[in-house]
Structure formats: C-alpha cells, structure tokens
Design a protein around this ligand. Sequence first.
Ligand SMILES: Cc1cc2nc3c(=O)[nH]c(=O)nc-3n(C[C@H](O)[C@H](O)[C@H](O)COP(=O)(O)O)c2cc1C
Length: 180
Amino acid sequence: MELIESIRSRRSVRKYTDEAVTKEQIEEIVDIARFSPSWKNSQSVRYMLILDKAIKDKIAEECVMGFEWNTTIMKGAPALMLVLTVDKRAGYERDGSESTSKGEHWQSFDAGIAAETFCLAAYGKGLGTVILGVYDEAKVVEIAGVPEGQKVSALIPIGVPAEEPQAPKRKEVADLLTVK
Ligand SMILES: Cc1cc2nc3c(=O)[nH]c(=O)nc-3n(C[C@H](O)[C@H](O)[C@H](O)COP(=O)(O)O)c2cc1C
C-alpha cells in the first residue's frame, strides 16, 4: 500500500470479525512501529498485548468511566493493545531533570507518534484499529498488571475489520495552515 494513500484512507475501525488475531501478527506490527521517532531516541513506548478474553472484557466493562461506547468496541475486538510509556525518559535528562519547560509532555507526544505508526502498520497488514482515550488509567493498571513506573498512554482494540467507515469530515488546509 502506498504511503500517502494509506495515511489518507486509514480509518478508525470499531467493528471486527470473530477471526482471532495472533501474537505473531502483532509482533510483525510492533516490528514496524519500533521505527517510530522518539525523544532523543529514548524509545520509552512499550506494548502490552491482551489476548486473554477475560482480562480484555474486564477492562472493557470496568475501565470506561461510564462511556459504554468503548465497552462495546473492546468486547467486540479479538485483541487489545495497551500502549505504555516508561516515565521520566522522554523530555528528561539522565539525571532526572527536565530537558525543557514542558515536563511530561514529550512522553505523551512519543506515545501518540507510536500509536499512529502502530495503527498504520496494522492497516497495512489488513487489521483494523481505533485509538481509545476514554479509560480509567488506575483500573487498567490494576487489571492488566502494568509495571510500576509506566503510564497507560492509549488503548487500541485490534481485529479484522467488519466495517468500512467513511472518513469523518476534515478541516481544510486553509483552516489549519498559517504561513508567515
Ligand atoms: C487520542 C485519541 C483518543 C480517541 N479516543 C476515542 C475513544 O475513546 N473512543 C472512540 O470511539 N474513538 C476514539 N478516538 C478515535 C477518533 O474518534 C477518530 O480518530 C476520529 O473521529 C477520526 O476518525 P478516523 O480515525 O477514522 O480518521 C480517539 C482518537 C485519538 C487520536
């Protein structure tokens, strides 16, 4: 798939077939996502794949802060990726001091880059994804057993697409770009 066309045509997919997603398939996708740029190449993003249905469904049921739209998406997906980030790497010096005035900002920034690269790579491999931002982080940490010192930067359900969503309306270039 051609790069520019892929960026344009990737969609958030929220409905999936019953077909299983394997560890091997996701390894191939992480093998691509690991080439994402990161703060001073600190590579602080980690990926935790949940294939265990009981754990996935528990996260879907107990961690959505009342936003059941996300429960339905996760329960319908054969796999759930947790995008994790190691604290105090992106945006920090080796001695732990802040490199800029923006504190933890760069940690989320790196996670966002990695998440989109992951989603594009999954798309290239025929899988559908959607980045989820509405979740109770503390509960996800507890249920999934996220290691101490790591944040849950996004949840990404994954599966073989069972829908072909239309692109939500985009702003025009003139609304987005300022030239001085
Ligand atoms: C940081 C972030 C958080 C998001 N959170 C959710 C979410 O909680 N639930 C959901 O259904 N979609 C979520 N989305 C998906 C957006 O709604 C979607 O990307 C947007 O509508 C554009 O559609 P497209 O991805 O198909 O181009 C999120 C996307 C991002 C980048």
